[in-house]
Design a protein around this ligand. Structure first.
Ligand SMILES: Cc1ncc(COP(=O)(O)O)c(C=O)c1O
Length: 369
């Protein structure tokens, strides 16, 4: 069978490989903190589940508008205003089948062959393949412990070339947990102002913060950039709704319209029950979400993840090949598994044989690391 050539450009999500590895280890009785898929270790709140049941009973089981119901769009608008201080209209927001789908749609709506997309690394594994599938060219901006695994304004300035179309900003970041401060964002925004770059702001981890109650947002600092910024978010992480598949975007009208055109020819609307639950269950509208300060959930392991990357001698990846094989960090006695053979950074599964429970309870011993 001759498959489409464009599929030869990408590989299956390595997250699934790690998930399989983790399942195999668990079958052997090993306790594992699975950093493969980014999932909170708590369940969807009961009031959201109840809202889904109500929606089912009310017969909200039919097609909706492609980009989501008006109620959901209102809830998204309310959320953006409340949490981020941003004002959007109904035609400037759209809902999709998960944040990943939002990104997928956005990349196809925005990128043409040869367009360069600047991606700070380490980064979430799917970005680069999705950019490639859309015809774009990922350009990795490598970061290090010295900069807290964040890009600097100078680094961004130096990376921008004639083909550079967009910057992918993920703060807080998967996998390092690095979150940009207001000052850092301001400096980055100044470089963006002097360029023609678009920014895709992936905010899916905005509620996963260690020390501050709020994550700085580029657009809150520089509102006049709104014509060049597409916000991507999702109910997956904040409300532990990864399986419900509901993501959303906010940005310039024409980009939102393009995303909806594309979506109208693929998935149509996102799941109607998930939409209703996000509104009635206050998932998007009012739920405060989740914010971890000290070890409470496995996402807080990102702090350790940063140190581990720094502690390990192999943290200076070459752009050509960045492949770690089952790194053993003696200091933490934690082993990291990264999928093998990839030309690009891939994802982590955290193995803590014997120590998983200690860590998730947040004992002083674990915290010391
Ligand atoms: C950085 C980042 N962005 C977006 C997503 C997409 O999440 P979802 O499709 O569940 O909304 C993920 C999922 O792991 C992620 O890690």
């Amino acid at each position: 069978m001759n498959l489409a050539k464009r599929l030869q450009l990408i590989k299956p999500s390595p997250t699934l490989m790690v998930t399989a590895q983790v399942a195999a280890l668990r079958r052997q009785g090993i306790e594992v903190i699975d950093f493969g898929a980014g999932e909170p270790d708590f369940d969807t709140p009961e009031h959201i589940k109840a809202a889904a049941v109500t929606a089912l009973r009310q017969g909200k089981t039919k097609y909706t508008s492609v980009g989501g119901t008006a109620e959901l769009k209102e809830a998204i608008i309310t959320k953006l205003h409340r949490d981020n201080g941003l004002t959007y209209g109904l035609q400037e927001v759209t809902a999709n089948c998960g944040g990943k789908h939002t990104l997928f749609n956005a990349f196809h709506a925005l990128f043409d062959k040869g367009d360069e997309v600047l991606i700070p690394a380490p980064y979430w594994v799917s970005y680069s393949d999705m950019v490639i599938l859309a015809g774009g060219q990922p350009k990795l901006l490598l970061t290090s412990e010295e900069t807290g695994f964040k890009i600097t304004a100078a680094q961004l300035r130096a990376a921008i070339g004639p083909q550079s179309k967009a910057l992918l900003l993920n703060s807080p970041s998967n996998p390092t947990g690095a979150a940009y401060s207001e000052e850092e964002l301001r400096q980055i925004a100044e470089v963006i102002e002097q360029s023609t770059l678009l920014v895709i702001s992936d905010d899916v981890y905005e509620k996963f913060l260690y020390d501050s109650p709020r994550c700085a947002h580029l657009l809150a600092l520089k509102p006049h950039l709104r014509d060049r910024v597409l916000i991507v978010n999702s109910v997956s992480k904040t409300y532990a709704m990864t399986g419900w598949r509901l993501g959303y975007a906010a940005g310039p009208r024409e980009v939102i319209a393009a995303i909806e055109t594309l979506q109208s020819q693929s998935t149509s609307n996102p799941n109607s029950i998930a939409q209703a639950a996000a509104v009635v269950g206050r998932g998007c509208g009012r739920c405060q979400g989740f914010s971890a300060r000290c070890p409470k959930a496995r996402f807080t392991c990102f702090r350790v993840c940063r140190r581990t990357l720094a502690a390990d001698g192999r943290t200076k990846p070459s752009q050509r090949r960045w492949t770690f094989h089952s790194i053993c960090c003696k200091r933490l006695r934690w082993r990291w598994w990264l999928a093998k053979g990839s030309a690009r950074p891939t994802t982590y599964a955290f193995l803590t044989p014997r120590r998983c429970r200690t860590w998730s309870r947040g004992s002083t011993r674990s915290r010391r690391h």
